[in-house]
Write a protein that binds this ligand. Structure first.
Ligand code: PBG
Length: 324
């Protein structure tokens, strides 16, 4: 009790603050999301995500040179397809955007961990994460296409696949499909607790994946629920997920914390497009200090219990951490 106890003693110098620091953010915690499209020499800015681009493979490779040099250990690849159809066939085309990009990235940077997002929303005509009939997203019919997509990514050389669709049973289905075809070494990072969130707005512009009718509430989780997230994660682990993700991150720190305390698998958190856009908008107006606010947010996500963070800020953070 005061005056014998003085909390400020351990805050009085940089050295002592460093000694008692509980959470460390490191470049090795970061996974950098990238968008790839067809063509050559393509570098399209995404309006609501300043600093993020849709690249063709050639310019993506160029961009990744810096990412690798910064020591960022992993990327997650999203495809922006040339065409969409009801069967989402471009998602599992061996010559599709993601497949070509993965092959090229692994060839140029063999040590960079390449994760692929497995979903159909950018590839279907109606923008839903599965095949639909009369406005309903069909679960079991979608599983086969997701598994096909995951296998095609593995064949291209992906180290890990990340299903983000929220169909029931997809992790087990993908695990079986990978194992049956000799891809037992390919991991699954499952978007296990993925909420139906307004924070994905800018991403849908980037990936051209907004649903044409309705929303995703019939398959993504209700933001009001946390116990349900533990059931989702439990099922995904049972089906074979190697890493489980909570998404979005900042409004769901309690879910990250619960996941960390309940399960012994690595937990990832996705600092999503809307979280990025809000910061960028305030920075542009000079309202907040970008470096300070981003480091504080990402440290909080780690403090909540995340082992790794998917974030569009990864290059900036890597630079800031280097500067010290
Ligand atoms: C695809 C997918 C989405 C995101 C990652 N994978 C969008 C969605 O579910 O609508 C969002 C990522 C972000 O907002 O940064 N299903």
């Amino acid at each position: 009790m005061f005056p014998r106890t003085r909390m400020r003693r351990l805050r009085s110098s940089e050295a002592v603050r460093a000694l008692v620091r509980e959470t460390e953010l490191a470049v090795t915690d970061l996974i950098y999301p990238v968008f790839v499209t067809t063509g050559e020499g393509v570098r399209q800015p995404i309006e609501a995500m300043p600093g993020v681009y849709r690249f063709s493979v050639d310019l993506l490779l160029q961009h990744l040179e810096e990412i690798v040099a910064l020591g960022i250990p992993a990327v997650i690849v999203f495809g922006v397809p040339q065409y969409k159809d009801t069967a989402a066939s471009r998602a599992y085309d061996p010559e599709g955007e993601v497949q070509l990009a993965v092959r090229a990235i692994k060839e140029a940077y063999p040590d960079l961990l390449v994760i692929t997002d497995v979903c159909l929303c950018a590839y279907t005509l109606d923008g839903h994460c599965g095949v639909t009939r009369e406005g309903v997203v069909l679960n079991d019919e979608t599983l086969e296409l997701l598994a096909k997509t995951a296998v095609s990514h593995a064949r291209a050389g992906a180290d890990m696949v990340a299903p983000s669709d929220m169909m029931d049973g997809r992790v087990g289905c993908i695990r079986d499909a990978l194992d049956d075809r000799g891809y037992g070494h390919v991991g699954i990072l499952s978007y296990a607790a993925k909420y139906a969130s307004a924070f994905y707005g800018p991403f849908r512009e980037a990936a051209g994946s907004a649903p044409v009718f309705g929303d995703r509430r019939a398959y993504q989780m209700n933001p009001a629920n946390a116990r349900e997230a533990m059931r989702e994660i439990e099922l995904d682990i049972a089906e074979g997920a190697d890493i489980v993700m909570v998404k979005p991150a900042l409004a769901y720190l309690d879910v990250i914390r619960r996941a960390r305390e309940t399960f012994n698998v690595p937990v990832a958190a996705y600092n999503v497009s809307g979280e990025y856009a809000l910061v960028k908008a305030a920075v542009e107006r000079g309202w907040v200090d970008e470096r300070a606010i981003v480091l504080e947010m990402l440290t909080a996500i780690k403090r909540a219990g995340a082992d790794m963070i998917l974030t569009y800020f990864a290059p900036d953070v890597a630079r800031w951490l280097k500067e010290g």
